[in-house]
Design a protein around this ligand. Structure first.
Ligand code: FMN
Length: 650
């Protein structure tokens, strides 16, 4: 068979270990961790999904190597804790049985110990250690590690690596990036020591060299060690790419793969975990530079998901391996699809940060567009039924499409009726916004999946009571969505006022100065987009904070973008009237004033199409209402409800 992506599909031999292709799963934390620090069954299922999806290697993370100086509530592995060896063995087995190499990330958070702990009080009680005494930005004191502690940490790396090998892991990744402990020692910003572990690069490298030598002594020659580095720390005072290259050159003799990430936890978070505002593969140039200077294989990571672009990276010799994190949450099957010439079926990550935001809030893992994430053990495949029900789905937005595909895969006869000329619903509006293009493309992917699953699609078809009576479905899924709320303001029907949805779908000739009314997530993203097209933008929000409906990871990034764009943000301000000159408002002090603008774009929320829902409720013996038709929420909720509606049909 001729592969569409021959370079991505090519195997790679490292220390006698065969990587079946060039695509690996980057570390993604654990889903459930027991009180003792063992991976729970959901963590096993989480990692197994990526192995089953065809990744060459799957790295489980993060294993805290030295709990005495790093009390982070991450995975731990020791002989003292009953059941730990078994729990890790099951995880390694689950990855191995699908042909992937199980790897585990050995880590020490150093002065950032406890960063991801949910309980901030416990974090304070931990005690944080780093290369030098200091105070963290959040006020917690940092104590410099003494030489005995450094030796003990290096020995602990060896001990954990040996245990990882014993329970069946086929490689280890040593985390020396993202401002974690080894990175802190490498960094002139964090490392102010005056002994042999600080000062010159040679001295700053010393701890990492000791750790790597110690790991090698534990695992032997023929066991791949991958070193995760930040190519550049990306902040003033940290090391730059030129020094990143030297670090890689100095350490290559001790490892087998150099995995080039970027940035740090505290600074450059949106380059380490590229946000939707950043381009695809923005860190590749760092791997490419390092690759020019080392002989061992180099991996690149960060906002990679497009098959052709990843193929080009390998073909151009910029890296030997592409690592994907969030892309394999959105679609764990990417490697399988690429190997099978099904690149067009890849579902791309939105880079919306739902995956990262969920953990600090609920201690679980979730993905906006993959309803199985964090819930893999509840079933990874759609069980086929021979019931073969006649199913009607009303509404061809994201929820309707997901429900229709799922029901069709179950084995039902599914018809999807959409009143407009195209599937996609509200996602079609996102086409207008470059940084949300992945959302628009998601609609296209789902439409394609509907066709492939054999869903009968009826466009220009409004489902009303008469239609349902005539159709006589066994099951009816109501996914009729929502409509934009029109604020009851004087002047709202004037030609200068437009809803955000209409603006995106139909376009409108806006003047150079625009007022966006409504500072929720949609309004904020609209304001940013308009400013990126060169408009002067005023954003008016009646509540005291912008975008309260954005998730806790995306929100600060969005607000930073708004601030960098110089958007004039008016909080605690209510719109009163739309005039030819702009928007008359009542400001935070209770005074009336005019905010000048050629146009007012309103984004004050959506309301469910409840009337339509009510006319359809009795349309079939089995009925389910899903998505925005229940209550306007978000894509995560819509897809989750849709998937389960498709599964549940009786
Ligand atoms: C939910 C989540 C958990 C992560 N956990 C870890 C981790 O435990 N260790 C680590 O080195 N990186 C971790 N990362 C970073 C990823 O490995 C990866 O470097 C980053 O997400 C950029 O790649 P991507 O754009 O393909 O997601 C995590 C990322 C995400 C999204």
């Amino acid at each position: 068979m001729k592969r569409d992506y021959p370079r991505l599909s090519e195997p790679l031999q490292i220390k006698g270990v065969t990587f079946r292709n060039r695509m690996v799963s980057a570390p993604l934390g654990a889903t459930d961790i027991t009180a003792e620090g063992s991976p729970g069954p959901r963590t096993q299922g989480f990692y197994e999904a990526r192995a089953r999806g065809g990744a060459a290697a799957v790295t489980v993370s993060e294993l805290v190597v030295h709990p005495e100086t790093d009390g982070s509530q991450m995975l731990k592995l020791s002989l003292e804790t009953s059941g730990q060896l078994a729990a890790f063995t099951f995880v390694a087995d689950a990855i191995k049985r699908h042909g992937a190499i199980p790897g585990i990330e050995l880590s020490h958070s150093g002065q950032y110990a406890g960063t991801y702990m949910v309980d901030k009080k416990s974090k304070k009680m931990l005690g944080q250690f780093g290369p030098s005494d200091g105070v963290r930005p959040d006020g917690l004191p940092v104590t410099a590690l003494n030489k005995e502690q450094i030796s003990s940490i290096a020995a602990a790396y060896a001990e954990k690596a040996a245990l990882a090998k014993r329970v069946g892991f086929g490689m280890v990744m040593v985390h020396a990036g993202h401002s974690w402990l080894l990175n802190q020692f490498l960094s002139p910003y964090f490392n102010k020591r005056t002994d042999e572990y600080g000062g010159s690069l040679k001295n700053r490298l010393r701890m990492t060299r000791e750790v790597l030598a110690s790991v090698r002594s534990a695992v032997g020659e023929y066991f791949p060690i991958e070193l995760r580095l930040s190519g550049s720390e990306l902040f003033n005072g940290g090391y730059d790419l030129a020094e990143g290259v030297r670090i890689a050159e100095e350490l290559e003799e001790l490892v087998d793969i150099i995995h080039v990430s970027a940035g740090s936890y505290q600074f450059g978070f949106t380059t380490t975990h590229p946000s939707m505002f950043k381009p695809h593969g923005l860190n590749v140039h760092m791997a490419a530079e390092i690759k020019k200077h080392v002989k061992i294989p180099v991996a690149t990571v960060g906002a990679l998901s497009d098959p052709q672009k990843m193929e080009n990276i390998i073909a151009a010799g910029q890296a030997d391996i592409v690592a994907m994190g969030r892309a394999l949450l959105a679609d764990p099957e990417i490697p399988n699809k690429i190997m099978a010439n099904r690149g067009a079926d890849v579902i791309k990550c939105l880079r919306c940060f739902v995956c990262m935001a969920e953990r600090p809030v609920t201690q679980t893992r979730r993905c906006a567009i993959n309803p199985l994430i964090g819930r893999e053990i509840e079933g990874l495949t759609v069980p086929v039924t021979n019931a073969g029900k006649k199913v009607l789905v009303a509404g061809g937005g994201i929820a309707g499409m997901k429900a229709a595909v799922t029901a069709a895969l179950r084995g039902h006869r599914v018809t999807l009726a959409e009143k407009s000329a195209a599937l996609g619903g509200i996602l079609n509006t996102e086409r207008a916004v470059p940084f949300k293009m992945a959302m628009y493309e998601l609609g296209l992917s789902y439409a394609r999946a509907c066709e492939q699953a054999g869903v009968q699609i009826l466009l220009h078809t409004r489902v009303d009571a008469a239609f349902v009576d005539e159709f006589a479905p066994d099951a009816l899924i109501i996914a009729v969505g929502s409509t934009p709320i029109k604020p009851p303001l004087q002047g709202i029907d004037s030609p200068t006022a437009v809803s955000v949805n209409t603006l995106y779908l139909e376009g409108a000739a806006l003047g150079s100065e625009v007022v966006v009314l409504g500072g929720g997530l949609t309004g904020c993203e609209c304001a940013l987009h308009l400013s990126q097209t060169g408009k002067t933008v005023h954003l008016v929000e009646m509540r005291g904070e912008p975008a309260p409906d954005a998730n806790i990871r995306h929100r600060p990034i969005l607000l930073a973008e708004l601030s960098a764009a110089g958007i004039d943000m008016r909080l605690n301000t209510s719109g009163l009237e739309i005039t030819k000159e702009g928007l008359r408002v009542r400001d935070a002090e209770g005074n009336e004033q005019l905010i000048k603008g050629d146009n007012v774009v309103y984004a004050v929320g959506q309301t469910s199409r409840s009337d339509d829902v009510n006319t359809l409720r009795d349309g079939a013996p089995w009925v389910r209402v899903i998505g925005d038709a229940v209550r306007p929420a978000n894509i995560t909720t819509a897809i989750y409800e849709a998937y389960h509606a498709g599964l549940d049909i009786m």
